[in-house]
Design a protein around this ligand. Structure first.
Ligand code: 13P
Ligand code: ZN
Length: 267
């Protein structure tokens, strides 16, 4: 097994374990993809076997020839943690970005098919490639706290979600100064949810999908998980206060402004 691939398997397995432990990955919930095009050498690539090409519903020219590690459809994060190889597929798009095929080591069993959320993952990677953005990892999970929050009609609103997040603890201003993007409910696994998400990714790296969960893009998976965890912890603080019978006072606008002035003085 090539070292670079082994490394990626390890990192995906580790984060899959976090998602399971957090309770954000019931059954087959959650999916992960990594753009590994720059990590694989031509020789390594040429040593792999491949499936037929499968047509994509939408063509993604900026992804022509690119290679991704992506979780398999139906894979359980608790299993991906134990056996990352079994729950992942390596896919390669053709030169026009309109078809993909599955790459696998000659000795491997027939590889599984990619996640049903592949349309949104590829739509996002296509956006990142077009915009020459540095993020390579896309992480989606059924984050309990974000699902619960968006069942409250008051919080089906991006501005209100961000005011809440920034007011609950300084960390959200420090690590998500641009705030999170909110995507109203869309059918899971659709191109539609991917298109709505990339609109929000123009300004944000963290997205809350109404009544479905969260999605984060980052340079690597561990950092994507950190942000997801921060959002969940912050919302959990809100629920804990409410469950204890009081509304959180929240940091004042001035306190939040002072944090911004201290840590982002030039903005
Ligand atoms: P997959 O098992 O196809 O990855 O679907 C899980 C999911 O989270 C859909 O949004
Ligand atoms: Zn999902």
């Amino acid at each position: 097994m090539d070292e670079w691939l082994e490394e990626q398997y390890k990192s995906i397995g580790k984060v899959a374990g976090y998602l399971w432990n957090k309770g954000w990955a019931e059954r087959n919930a959650g999916n992960i993809s990594l753009n590994v095009t720059d990590l694989i050498s031509h020789e390594e690539r040429d040593g792999l076997s491949f499936s037929f090409f499968y047509q994509l519903e939408k063509s993604m020219p900026a992804l022509g020839g690119q290679i991704f590690l992506i979780t398999a459809s139906g894979s359980r994060m608790r299993d991906v943690k134990e056996h990352p190889k079994r729950g992942l597929c390596l896919i390669e798009l053709d030169e026009t970005g309109s078809m993909y095929r599955i790459l696998y080591s000659g000795k491997a069993n027939r590889p599984p098919f990619p996640t049903s959320e592949m349309p949104s993952h590829l739509t996002i990677h296509h956006f990142l490639a077009r915009e020459r953005r540095p993020e390579r990892a896309v992480l989606h999970a059924h984050v309990t706290e974000t699902i619960a929050l968006t069942h409250n009609t008051d919080f089906k609103n991006e501005e209100r979600i961000n005011s809440l997040l920034w007011s609950l603890q300084p960390e959200t201003t420090l690590f998500i100064p641009e705030g999170v993007g909110f995507v109203p409910f869309r059918i899971p696994g659709s191109y539609d949810i991917g298109e709505a998400t990339i609109e929000k990714l123009k300004k944000h790296k963290t997205i809350i999908w109404e009544k479905h969960g969260a999605l984060v893009i980052e340079k690597n998976l561990e950092e994507a998980f950190d942000i997801m965890d921060l959002v969940a912890k912050t919302i959990a603080i809100y629920f804990k206060c409410r469950m204890a019978g009081y509304k959180p006072e929240g940091l004042s606008k001035k306190q939040i402004g002072d944090i911004r002035d201290t840590f982002f003085p030039s903005e």
